[in-house]
Structures are given as C-alpha cells and as structure tokens.
Design a protein around this ligand. Structure first.
Ligand code: GDP
Ligand code: MG
Length: 162
C-alpha cells in the first residue's frame, strides 16, 4: 500500500512550497498570492526508498464562498483520501481562528495528523511549538519548507508508521 499524505492549512502557510520540496517538482503553483492553487494536486515522492503520494490543496480560509467554497471542498476531500494529514500553520502569524477551525475538523475526523509549524526560520522554534499546543493535536514539528529545516524529522514522524 502506498501511503497518501495530504497537506492542508489556510492559504499562504507554505503548502505548495512543501509540496515542491518533497516531490522535487514544480507542478504545484507556488504563489506570492493567497490561494492560487485552486485544485488538489497529486505528486509522487520518496522517503527512505519508499514511495508515497502527496496531495497539495488550495487551502481552507474559514469563510468559504464561491471559488473558496470549491477550494474548501477539495481540502475536505483530500483529508478523506489521506492516510495522514500534514496540517501546516505559520509560525510568523501564530495561531489563528482558521487554524483552530481546521484543527477542530481534524480532531473530529480522528485523522492521523501532524501539526507543522512552518516558516520557523522567522521565529524561535520553541516559541512556535508552544504557540500551537492549544490546537490539541500534539507537539507541533518546527519546519521551514522554504529553507529545508526539520524536514527529515517530520518525514520520520509522518511516514515511519507506514
Ligand atoms: P500555500 O498557499 O499554503 O500553498 O503557500 P505557498 O507555498 O504558496 O507559500 C506562501 C508564501 O510563503 C510564499 O511567499 C512562500 O515563499 C512563503 N514561504 C513558504 N514556506 C516558507 C518558509 O519556510 N519560510 C518563509 N520565510 N517563507 C515561506
Ligand atoms: Mg498553494
């Protein structure tokens, strides 16, 4: 069985940057603009010689209407498809109400889930870890998708069980 891993989180937290780093492809559109990756995007990646499937999503903004509602639907479907979810949050922004909402959904769905405190190049990793503990989804793993920090430890945690 090839594990399926979904990247979820609100727009601009760094999902597509992480997708590109892990799949080593440029297929997902990495935007300077909020929510440009509208649809789910599948990529094949390898960890310790084993293949897994990664899903990038357009993000969950918290007040979905129109195109945003479609993006939300894609994200919710990706969560259902996934064996594990990488829930990205932004260490620089800190915990937001939308993060809380997504966290609540993941807790309800009882999905295997890892909180990734991304952009940890911008803040102290210990502060980032403490910031997201109210999500109640375990210790956040400090990562930097853009600079490649914390990636191996994160993959070990997320893929080690498969
Ligand atoms: P998405 O909307 O969640 O897919 O986010 P993107 O991957 O498009 O990234 C949004 C913005 O955050 C871009 O300007 C990225 O360059 C930036 N970004 C992503 N990861 C990091 C990171 O680890 N550190 C910093 N400082 N910026 C990042
Ligand atoms: Mg994106």
């Amino acid at each position: 069985m090839v594990p399926v891993i979904a990247l979820v989180g609100r727009p601009n937290v760094g999902k597509s940057t992480m997708f590109n780093r892990l799949t080593k492809s440029r297929d997902a559109i990495v935007a300077e603009y909020s929510g440009l990756t509208r649809d789910r995007q599948y990529g094949e990646a390898k960890w310790q010689g084993r293949t897994y499937i990664l899903i990038d999503t357009g993000g969950l903004s918290g007040d979905e209407e129109g195109i945003d509602a479609k993006m939300a639907e894609q994200s919710l479907q990706a969560i259902e498809e996934a064996d594990a979810v990488l829930f990205l949050v932004d260490s620089r922004d800190g915990l937001t109400p939308t993060d809380q909402m997504i966290g609540e959904h993941l807790r309800k769905r009882n999905k295997r889930c890892f909180v990734l405190a991304n952009k940890v190049d911008t803040v102290d990793p210990e502060i980032a870890r403490a910031e997201f503990s109210p999500l109640g989804l375990g210790d956040a793993l400090p990562v930097s998708a853009a600079h490649g920090r914390g990636i191996q430890a994160m993959l070990e945690a997320a893929l080690g069980v498969f």
